[in-house]
Ligand binder design. Sequence first.
Ligand code: DGJ
Length: 738
Amino acid sequence: MGVFRAVVLSALLATVSVGQDAISADGTNFTLAGDNVSYLFHVDTESGELISDHYGAPVDDFTPPAFVLPWGWHDNLANLRREFPDVGRSDPRLPAIHIEHPDGDTVTALLYKSHQLVQGKPELPGLPATYGNDSDVSTLQVHLYDNVSDVSAVLSYSIFPKYNAIARSFSVTNNGTGNISIERAASFSTDFPNVDLDMIEVQGDWSHEFNRVKRKIDYGETTFRSTEGFGSHLHNPFFALVSPSTTETSGEAWGFNLVWTGSFEATAERFSNGFVRVLFGLNSLHTSIQVKPGESFQSPEAVSVYSAEGVNGMSRSFHDLYRNHLSRGKQTHKTRPILLNSWEGLGFKFNQTSLVRLAGEAEKLGVELFVNDDGWFGVEYPRQNDTLGLGDWTPNPQYFPDGLGPYVAQVNNLTVLNSSQPMQFGIWVEPEMVDLNSTLYNEHPDWVLHAGKHARTLTRNQMVLNVGLPEVQDFIINTVSGILDSANIQYVKWDNNRAMHELSQPSDSYNYILGLYRVINNLTTRYPDVLWEGCASGGGRFDAGLLHYWPQHWTSDNTDASDRLTIQLGTSLVYPPSAMGCHISKAPNGFNQRNISIEFRGHVAMQCGSFGLELNPEELTEHEAAAIPSIMAEAKKVNPIVISGEFYRLALPDNSAWPATQFVSEDGSESVVFAFQQKYTVKPAAPAVKLQGLDPKARYSNDLDNGTYTGATYMNGGINIQWDRADYQSKLIWLKKQ
Ligand code: DGJ
C-alpha cells in the first residue's frame, strides 16, 4: 500500500487545472458538472480504489463523510461503491472488467495512478462515438495500473454540460509479455447507494419492436442482453433507471445507451446493502477478446443522461445530444425527401417497366425520392424470391438490360410535383449477407460465419458474411461503391435480415462489428451526399453506433399505424424522431388487416424525420387518392419541426386511448400537436390534451378552434377535442406564437 500512496501523491502534485468548470479535480476528488447534474467520484488514497460518490441532481461539495460504510460479515470492497469494479479482492458483485491473464488467473487490481483533464473529446479509434469541440465537452481520463499483472487501463469520462450527459469508455493495455483475454467489458459502471429504483427498457420482436416495460430493481440481478450479434428486436442497448415515483414529466431518470451495434449486456445488480451496481457493455458470451503484448483493447462508448424532469426530459436530452453530437451525417439537420418504397407495393415482382410506372404514379402524388427495394439483382441466381441471389450485386439483366444507369435516368426524368426538381432515386442493399443459392457463396464458402463442421444454420434462407475478415470488408466497400458509381443514386437503404448463430470464436461477433464500422466509415466518407438509412428487418439495428454514420433507420416492418404509435413512441425513449423512417402503407394492413384511415396513417408517419409511402398508388381508393396531396403537403410542412424541434410524448398509447405528441420548434415560435383517438368509447370522455414546452406567458393561436390562448392555458388547461364517434381518429394542430 505504501508504494501506491507515493504514486497517488505524485499524481496529486501533477494535477493540472485547465480552467474549465465542467470538470474539476480537487486533488483526486473529481466533479463532473452539467447544467443540471453532478457526477462525483474520488480515489481512496489508502487503497487507490475509485469510489463512486454521487450521480444525480447538482451538489456543490463532497459530503463528509463521502460514503457510509455498512457494517457486517461482507466487508472490504463488498461495501464500497466502486467506479470500475474488477475481479477478486472481496467484491462478490459482477465486475465491469474481467481479464484472463496469461497464466490463467483472473484477479485484477486496477488502481489509480494519475489523471488528466482534456478540453474537448478525443476520438475513439475505429469506433463510433459522441463528439464535440472544446466548448461543448470536457474529458477526464483516469489512468489505472495493476502492479501484479502489468495491465493498465484508462477510464475516460466526457461531460456535455448542456445535455446533462456523460460519455464513458475505457481502454486496457497489455504491458506484459503474454496474451491477455478480455472476458467482460462494461463501458459504463457505477454504484448507486441504497436507493429504490425501477428499470425501464424496451423489449419486443420482429414487427413488435420498442415496447416499453418497467420492472423493480430487486435484490440480485435485473438484466437483459442481446446474443444475436446485433442489438436485435428483442431488446435495445438502452435502459433507464427511475425513481418509483418518476413520471414522464417529473422525477429523476438516469438513461443509459451503448454506442454499439453488436451483442450487449445491461445489468442492474442490487446487493444486500441495497447498493445498485449498473453495468452496461459487451455481452460476455461474445467477448474473450485477445490482447497481445503492447496492444490495447478499446471499449465502445456508453452515454448516460440524467434528468430531473422525468422520462421525457431524459429523452429530450438524448435527442438533442444525438442530433448535435453523435449523428455526423450531412443530412442529420436537413429535411428529408418524401419517398415511395417499392417493397410493400410490388415485393419481388417487378421489372424496369413496372418500376418506372410505379415511379410515374409516385410522381403524380408529389413523391421526391423513388426507392427500389429488394429484388433488383442477380445473374446466375436472379433474386425472384428470398431464397436466391443475395451476395450477387449485379443488376438482373432480364429486368435491366442496360444496367442501372439508364433505368435510374428514366426515374430522374420524372419531375417532383409543383417544382422543376428531378425525382431522386434510391436503392436497397443487404451487403453483409449471402444466400446458399448465389455465385458469391459458390466462390467463397469460407467467407460466412461458421463454426468448424457444425451446420451453417439458415435464417430467411441466408447466411452472414464474416465482416471481421478484411477481404470481406473490401468486397463490401468495392461492391457498394460499384453500385453507387454505376448510376445517379442519392439514397441507400442498408438492410440486415438475420442474426449471427455460428461463431468460430466468441470474439467473431465483436470483430465483425469493428469491421462493419470500418466499411461504413469508408463508404459514408466517400459518398457524403448519399442519404443512408439503416434497416434490420425493421428496427433490429436501431442503435447509436449506426446513428453516428447514418442519420436515419427504418423503424419497423410493422406499418400498421396503431401498432406504430407504440413502436415509434418506444423508440423515442432514446432516439430522436428525426432519425426514424416511417411510411404510410395500404389498408387493410398486410399484418393485421386493421383498416385505419389514410389521415390517421399519415399523421402517425409524419411524426418521423423520413416520411414516405410504401404502397402501390394504383391500389388506392378514391378517397385515399384524393386525401394524399394534402397529407403530403402537411408532411412537408411538419418535416422541419420534426427534424430540429423538441419532442414531447403527451399521452402514451399503452395508458390511454387518446395518445398524443407534440413538437416545439427550436426558436419556440410554433408548435405542432398530433392527437389520436384509437378507440371510441361512450364513456369516459376524452381527456384534454395538455401541452408542454410552451412559454406560459406568451399567447399562441391554434388552427383547431382558431382561438388564441396563453401557453399556461394550453399547458394547464389543455386542448379539448371533439372526437367523432369512431375508432382511429386523428388531428394535427398548429400553434403559432403571437
Ligand atoms: C426487410 C426490410 O425491413 C423490409 O423493409 C424490406 O426491405 C425487406 N427486408 C426486403 O427483403
